[in-house]
Design a protein around this ligand. Structure first.
Ligand code: ASP
Length: 471
């Protein structure tokens, strides 16, 4: 956004009422302000300062939208407004200039693939929504520090929000990553929406094996036109990791703590988005993260990672998408499972309660699924911890009906792995062998005592919180 500019006369502002109609337009007109006016609005609910934004075409005519200094947008109801003063004028230009990325001898070569998501987004004032608008030049134009970290080549593969990623995109991405690694780059970065980043990180861990270089997924919770955006820092951390780190695994690189102290590198099969809006949304589950990263250093938190090395990357994109996750809830009826079998699903991952349970009512449907050759695996809704189906009688009963415990694989990881395994075989024993043989840390021997929140920016904050709120 530009700094305050000279204030053009009101009638020389073509966008003055952009998107505003009815009462809201009348108010702006009456108060002698318009879109891009910096204002102090006095209302019956208090005063607000901010920038008047254009409205979406489909929006109502009863609110004026203000961008506050914090980056948040608020809607001020017209009927509450008592006065508006214009304090400045600042037309926002969200188009970031395209710039060729400079080539610096000696810096590592990194390829960044764009798939979409908030990290590739800016606000679209026509609809008022965040739209994917990835362009490699724009990226460099907005984060010039990247040139100090690596020599970057960028390629847009898709421009989608991550709920639209699926097998077609996973396969194309895996192939693109494999091809680029064979060309000899020092590392890969993948810009991706955060919502399903952990699904893609997991499937890439199975589809792209033995990578000699780091494969780093990165996103942002807040778009780069917001002052609180995590896009730039995550991107710098990800490029540094791809170019310099010794960890040749599929990783997710995102904010560690809620503030911008450091990023965490999470193993692609043990990571999960855990908060809908925090920037520190990704957590390593049932394990500890691989490393911390800041602008100066990458600090491993554990020794057992795959190192960089000379080896041939293996790309194996077989995938059968007739798989699903069934999230158990009390009073589940057998017809749910029967319907999945009738619809042709070949694999079901159940996210069961506690150690891996479902109610007795569905047992006959589990038997029918097994008889129909459907592969059913059990994971836990608690996310942390192992499936333990030998502790309670019900666990044993469920296993007798053909359900296979999936150790401590996260439900989403088991889901993509089952699709990948069924892409290779439908033989029960072979699928089981593939499912239960760890490929990339998706099953661990045990959960480390400090795997639950510690070392993830969680614990110090918990301590601080309880100190502050203790009565
Ligand atoms: N809805 C977005 C996505 O996953 C959220 C984000 O990128 O953070 O594509």
């Amino acid at each position: 956004m530009n700094r305050t500019e000279a204030r053009p006369p009101l009638d020389a502002r073509p966008d003055r009422f952009k998107g505003y109609r009815g009462a809201a337009r009348d108010l702006l007109d009456r108060m002698g302000v318009g879109v891009w006016s910096e204002v102090r609005i006095h209302t019956t609910r208090g005063d607000f300062e901010g920038l008047v934004l254009p409205r979406a075409e489909s929006a109502d005519d009863r609110h004026v939208v203000l961008k506050l200094a914090t980056g948040y947008n608020i809607g001020v109801a017209v009927e509450t407004v008592t006065a508006i003063e214009e304090t400045g004028y600042r037309q926002a230009h969200y188009k970031i200039p395209e710039q060729a990325f400079p080539e610096t001898p000696g810096l590592p070569r990194v390829t960044l693939f764009g798939t979409g998501g908030t990290i590739a987004s800016r606000l679209d004032y026509r609809t008022g929504a965040v739209i994917p608008a990835f362009s490699p030049g724009e990226l460099y134009g907005s984060v010039p520090e990247l040139a100090e970290v690596c020599n970057l080549r960028t390629e847009k593969l898709f421009g989608v929000f991550s709920e639209n990623m699926g097998p077609e995109q996973w396969i194309a991405l895996a192939e693109a990553v494999g091809e680029e690694i064979r060309k000899g780059v020092d590392g890969i970065v993948i810009g991706h929406g955060t919502d399903t980043m952990h699904h893609t990180a997991a499937i890439l861990s199975f589809m792209v094996q033995d990578s000699p270089v780091p494969i780093v997924m990165v996103g942002s919770q807040r778009s780069s036109d917001r002052p609180s955006s995590d896009a730039a820092l995550n991107l710098i951390h990800a490029c540094k990791t791809a170019g310099e780190s010794d960890i040749a695994e599929v990783m997710v690189c995102m904010f560690g703590p809620t503030s911008d102290q450091y990023g965490l590198l999470h193993r692609g099969t043990r990571v999960r988005k855990m908060h809908s809006s925090y920037r520190s949304t990704f957590r390593t589950v049932s394990d500890i993260p691989l490393a911390m990263v800041d602008r100066h250093a990458i600090t491993p938190l554990r020794p057992d990672y795959r190192r960089r090395g000379e080896r041939e990357v293996k790309v194996d994109t077989a995938f059968d998408d007739r798989v699903t996750i069934l999230y158990y809830y009390p009073n589940m009826k057998p017809d749910v499972i029967d319907a999945l079998v009738a619809a042709g699903y070949k694999g079901i991952v159940i996210a069961g309660t506690g150690l891996g349970h479902v109610n007795k009512q569905v047992y006959p449907a589990l038997e029918r699924a097994a008889a129909a050759g459907v592969h059913v695996y059990m994971t836990v809704q608690t996310l942390w911890g192992f499936v333990q189906m030998n502790v309670y009688e019900s666990g044993r009963d469920i296993q007798e009906r053909g359900v296979i415990p999936a150790a401590n694989m996260l439900p989403e990881v088991a889901y993509v792995k089952l699709g990948w395994a069924l892409g290779h075989s439908h033989d029960r024993e072979e699928v089981k062998r593939l499912m239960l043989t760890p490929v990339a840390g998706e099953i661990t021997e045990r959960e480390p005592f400090d795997g639950y929140l510690i070392l993830q920016g969680g614990l110090p904050e918990v301590e601080e919180f309880t100190r502050k709120y203790r009565i």
